[in-house]
Design a protein around this ligand. Structure first.
Ligand code: NAP
Length: 269
């Protein structure tokens, strides 16, 4: 009766940015919980790999090459999902730019750089929610999960687009949640802290991750698979009375005031 509520059996989930990192981890977690998965991002090879992993778990999967900063491509991806699977139950707005983000004096940031940061990390979530929203409202149920960041709650020196966009994602969640509160659609945000999505591909990054982890209360950075159960919970009937909320998953970082300010040196103890 309790664990059954966590099942995603028979659900269809769209996960943007699901070819790598946290998006792949959430795709696999939701597939293990019973969902069929649509993975949408630009690099077809990587989303095809995730789709193949989902099929190995016995679920249906579809990879749709999509640039989520282009609303026409987003609309096509949603139409493609509906024609292949016949329905959508869950949307995870996960695509984002982390490593490409530019840190430099504000006067050196071009309009193009500003728009790329804002469009990838915020407008994309708006486009996807808009494209899926009408369908969910007409049907009268659904789950939307927006992936923000600790940077949506704090600033950092020379770090404009990411902080502004992730703060906007938290606000988008609240407005969508209130808009659809009477339509049986729950919208929530997950704000991850530091997760190691790179050292499985780049072994040299392991030492960097270990040094970062020393400043986090639990003593380590998060592993991608640790976000999966939270995403499954927020996608499942177990969270039907939770909407507009922010879930921080950061090993106690925010609770302990861990704040990368751009001023403090990383001190190796
Ligand atoms: N890892 C962390 O520590 C951390 C912490 C806080 C928040 N987050 C957030 O978690 C989410 C996932 O991050 P990650 O760490 O897993 O990083 P990642 O591996 O770089 O994943 C980001 C994904 O977004 C996709 N993407 C980027 N631009 C896109 C576009 N224009 N259209 C479609 N897809 C696009 C990328 O795929 P393509 O390049 O193939 O399009 C990629 O798969 C992001 O929103 C990030 O801001 C991560």
């Amino acid at each position: 009766m309790v664990l059954e509520k966590l099942s995603l059996e028979g659900n269809v989930a769209i996960i943007t940015g699901g070819g790598t990192g946290l998006g792949r981890a959430m795709s696999l977690a939701m597939a293990r919980a019973g969902a069929d998965i649509v993975v949408a991002a630009r690099r077809l090879e990587l989303i095809e790999q995730t789709a193949a992993m989902v099929r190995e778990l016995g679920r249906r999967a579809l990879a749709i090459a999509t640039d989520v900063t282009d609303s026409r491509q987003v609309n096509r991806m949603v139409d493609g999902t509906l024609s292949e699977f016949g329905k959508i139950d869950i949307l995870v707005n996960n695509a984002g730019i982390v490593r490409e983000e530019v840190r430099k004096p504000i006067w050196e940031i071009t309009d193009e750089e500003w728009h790329l940061g804002i469009d990838t990390n915020l407008s994309a979530a708006f486009y996807c929610s808009r494209a899926v929203g009408r369908y969910l409202v007409e049907r009268g149920s659904g789950k939307v999960i927006n992936i923000a960041s600790g940077y949506g709650l704090r600033g950092e020196r020379d770090f404009f687009m990411y902080c502004c966009a992730k703060g906007g994602v938290i606000q988008l969640t609240k407005s969508l949640a209130l808009t659809w509160a009477r339509d049986n659609i729950q919208v929530n945000t997950i704000a991850p802290g530091f997760f190691d999505t790179i050292s499985s591909q780049i072994p040299e990054a392991k030492a960097f991750m270990e040094s970062r982890g020393r400043f986090i209360p639990v003593g380590r950075v998060g592993m991608p698979e640790e976000i999966g159960p939270l995403a499954v919970f927020l996608a499942s009937a177990a969270s039907d009375y939770i909407t507009g909320e922010l879930f921080i998953i950061d090993g106690g970082g925010l609770a302990g005031g861990y704040a990368p300010t751009g001023y403090a040196p990383v001190i190796l103890i």
